[in-house]
Write a protein that binds this ligand. Structure first.
Ligand SMILES: [Zn+2]
Length: 457
């Protein structure tokens, strides 16, 4: 597929993307998708008591299921007395990302061939493969679409997508064409690998021409485009964009303000993760709701006790293929005591403090955000973790810890090629194999250390 794609003319490439999407969407929007979409739409105004009841029932059946089907949990829970409601959750052990990764083959409850595999880079730089049952995947997309539908979004409406896929060829770059289009679903995929001053003019010109009603994707990319537009006094017409739905990155206050004011629209945030965490959705009142029908959220302090602000530990109702129960997802949130008047009675959080706002800079391609950096692990096996360190504009050092039994020459080549897709070919790129990469003083692992931010305007 990839070779054929690279050699084809642009219109064939666009058609191939449509075909690929039609196949992928069949899995997402087939089966019980329509049932779930209706179900969650009907449930949007449940009372808190009704939500608690649903959450209790789903939690108990999940625990029963994993005890029978997942060797990992079966072993873990062998000494644990009966679990009859969510309140019993503290009896269960917390699972770290590292523990899940190490035992992943025993965690799975279905075979890869029976499910949908989602490869996740994860912001800590460790690769993980999660298998979703098709039905869980359909349920997740129904929940997500139910959130977007509040703002009249529908698949097939013109959408600008800012994703981590590199779909461009050298010819596209020569022509200053930083996007590919799926004309079937009316989605234009803008590259997030070419976010650099001189190029951004073409992005804005094309967005104005294409007139997408919705933006979906990396907020850091959308932010850079907006900032360029403001700095260069390029007006973005009012009334084009109905809503912006960021994915994968935490949106801070100033990023949000700048994006909303430049594109003259509203941004509605959502939180999930590629491993299948339960959802947090922003409502029309701009409050973040913890969707209790999608899982259990715990906010814990360093002693694993409930806290107002702390680590988010999640239990997901939509990952039966790779169960996540009391999973420490390495994000931080702050709870809120307020109630919302939008009709949704799910509890609120004040903010997602989570993932660190960091990037690598290339003179050739501009800023490479954390999402794109973690995706350099795609199709690479045997890298336990890595850290990209930038001390100059001309070079990057990547420290990597490998699993000697798995890591091969092929993996090294793929990893370097993934990096080149993102940073271009003029920068110096060095790999340093190390035994371990220490965490920061804060206890957090940083995948990116950018020490030249002061050189970038
Ligand atoms: Zn609300």
């Amino acid at each position: 597929m990839n070779k054929l794609y690279q050699k084809s003319p642009a219109f064939v490439q666009n058609a191939l993307i449509s075909i690929f999407n039609i196949l992928a969407y069949k899995k997402r929007y087939g089966g019980k998708y329509a049932y779930f979409l209706k179900h969650f739409n009907k449930n949007k105004n449940l009372t808190l008591d009704e939500l608690i009841k649903i959450q209790d029932n789903r939690f108990v059946s999940l625990i029963d299921y994993v005890k029978n089907k997942s060797p990992f949990y079966n072993e873990k829970y062998s000494d644990i007395p009966d679990i009859s409601k969510v309140k019993d959750i503290a009896k269960l052990p917390i699972i770290t990302k590292e523990e899940l990764r190490r035992n992943i083959d025993k965690v799975y409850t279905i075979k890869k061939s029976k499910g949908i595999v989602s490869k996740t880079g994860g912001t800590t730089g460790k690769s993980l493969e999660v298998i979703f049952t098709p039905q869980n995947m359909q349920e997740r997309f129904a929940m997500l679409d139910n959130f977007r539908n509040q703002f009249e979004y529908k698949l097939g409406k013109k959408t600008a997508w800012f994703s981590g896929k590199n779909l461009l060829t050298p010819k596209d770059l020569k022509r200053n064409r930083y996007w590919k289009t799926d004309y079937w679903y009316k989605v234009r995929y803008y590259s997030t690998f070419h976010i650099k001053g001189d190029y951004l003019k073409y992005y804005i010109e094309d967005l104005i021409k294409f007139k997408p009603q919705y933006f979906v994707g990396f907020s850091s990319t959308i932010y850079e485009i907006a900032k360029y537009g403001i700095d260069n006094k390029i007006d973005f017409p009012k009334g084009i964009v109905k809503a912006i739905f960021p994915t994968a990155e935490t949106v801070n206050h100033s990023t949000r303000n700048l994006i909303e004011s430049y594109f003259k629209t509203n941004l509605y945030d959502q939180y999930a993760s590629s491993e299948g965490a339960p959802f947090i959705f922003e409502c029309k009142n701009k409050n973040l709701h913890l969707e209790m029908q999608s899982g259990v959220f715990e906010v814990l302090d360093d002693n694993d006790l409930p806290a107002q602000q702390g680590r988010l530990v999640v239990t997901s109702f939509t990952t039966y293929g790779t169960p996540l129960i009391r999973y420490d997802i390495q994000d931080r949130v702050e709870l809120s005591d307020e109630r919302c008047t939008c009709g949704n009675n799910n509890p609120l959080i004040k903010q997602i403090l989570g993932r660190i706002d960091d990037y690598i800079y290339s003179k050739e391609t501009g800023k490479i955000n954390l999402g794109n950096i973690s995706n350099t692990l795609k199709d690479v096996k045997g890298i336990v973790k890595f850290q990209a360190i930038q001390e100059s504009l001309e070079s990057i050092l990547i420290k990597i810890v490998i699993d000697n039994e798995v890591f091969s020459q092929k993996d090294e080549k793929q990893f370097l090629s993934n990096w080149r897709d993102r940073i271009g070919h003029s920068m110096k790129l060095d790999l340093e194999f190390v035994d371990d990469i220490p965490v920061e003083k804060s206890g957090k692992f940083r995948m990116v250390k950018n020490n030249i931010k002061h050189l970038i305007t």
